[in-house]
Design a protein around this ligand. Structure first.
Ligand code: SF4
Ligand code: SF4
Length: 308
């Protein structure tokens, strides 16, 4: 079994053509701007969207663990009391009974376990759209390489079926352990989040040494690479970081294309629903600042692309 957040069909933003995106659970980084914090850990978890709750109490009536008794009775203006809702409650098994019972969609289990066979069957159904559009599957997350064995099983199955495979990776993985998997891929989106290792560590929980080393090694395999910079104004959309990124690309990955992804706040609701504390919100970059950054890289002779 693999731990999966979602298998999403008909994506046109995660590579060429129409693609089915497999979002893996688990990630070695904790980027402060992450839009998918539900993928940080492996196991399924219960999320509570307080704004939707009308306080009917139906969820508490079905929970076999006797949880959720403190959910708000005031139309959802307050969060449930400490220890009352599954996401943070060690007693919660994320069985999902409460979510099924909730008439408002205020409770949702994020993540599920799936077999490789289940995923392959789903992808095979979608594959009638792949050929004409040049599409296929994209492994995303979270970080797909964290579930190395499961990813290997899927890449073998899709390879046998001639299905195109792209990977979106944060680059933090033991290269030799996954080399055989990488070599089956048709394309890799590789994140360069910050060129300064201290800032990288502060913003993601890990330094960038392994990531930069892997970036060079992935490029040397000859697999087409799109480098991705998640553009967060307060973090990495600075002249100094852009200059350092351009130098790195020109020296070590000169044929790679580059995509800048503007930060967005779509994950905001999920941080609250999963009750993850800390400061996770940043400014959204203006269209002009994105264009200026793209112009800078083009001026350096780097090919800038947009898949989104
Ligand atoms: S997911 Fe299951 S165990 Fe957790 S609160 Fe809901 S009903 Fe209870
Ligand atoms: S069933 Fe849904 S709407 Fe009713 S109290 Fe529970 S979470 Fe709120």
């Amino acid at each position: 079994m693999g731990n999966i957040i979602q298998v999403q069909d008909f994506s046109v933003h995660d590579g060429d053509g129409i693609r089915t995106v497999i979002f893996f659970s688990g990630c070695p980084l904790r980027c402060r701007w992450c839009a998918n914090p539900e993928s940080w850990t492996m196991e399924p978890k219960l999320a509570f969207f307080a704004g939707k709750c009308v306080g009917c109490g139906l969820c508490a009536s079905v929970c076999p663990r006797g949880l959720l008794r403190g959910l708000p009775r005031d139309g959802g203006r307050e969060q449930p009391g400490a220890g009352t809702c599954g996401g943070q409650d060690p007693g919660c098994t994320a069985c999902g009974l409460c979510a099924e019972r909730c008439p408002q969609g205020a409770l949702r289990v994020l993540g599920t376990a799936m077999t490789a066979e289940e995923i392959v069957k789903k992808v095979e159904r979608d594959s009638i759209f792949f050929g004409p559009s040049g599409g296929g599957v994209t492994f995303s997350g979270g970080e797909a390489t964290v579930q190395e064995g499961f990813l290997r099983e899927l890449t073998e199955a899709f390879c046998d079926r001639g299905i195109s495979m792209w990977l979106e990776t944060c680059g933090f993985f033991p290269f030799e352990n996954v080399r055989d998997i990488l070599l089956r891929l048709d394309h890799i989106f590789f994140d360069l989040k910050h060129m300064d290792t201290q800032i990288h560590r502060r913003m993601t929980g890990q330094g960038n040494e392994l990531i930069l080393e892997n970036c060079r090694r992935v490029y040397e395999t000859g697999i087409p690479v799109t480098l991705r910079i998640p553009a967060v104004p307060e973090v990495n959309l600075t002249a100094e970081n852009l200059r350092a990124a351009a130098s790195f690309i020109l020296e070590y990955t000169p044929g790679a294309e580059l995509e800048l992804l503007p930060y967005h706040a779509y994950g905001e609701e999920k941080y609250e629903a999963l009750r993850i504390g800390g400061d996770h919100f940043f400014s959204i970059p203006s269209g002009r600042s994105m264009e200026q950054a793209e112009e800078f890289f083009r001026g350096q002779g780097i090919r800038v692309v947009r898949y989104r």
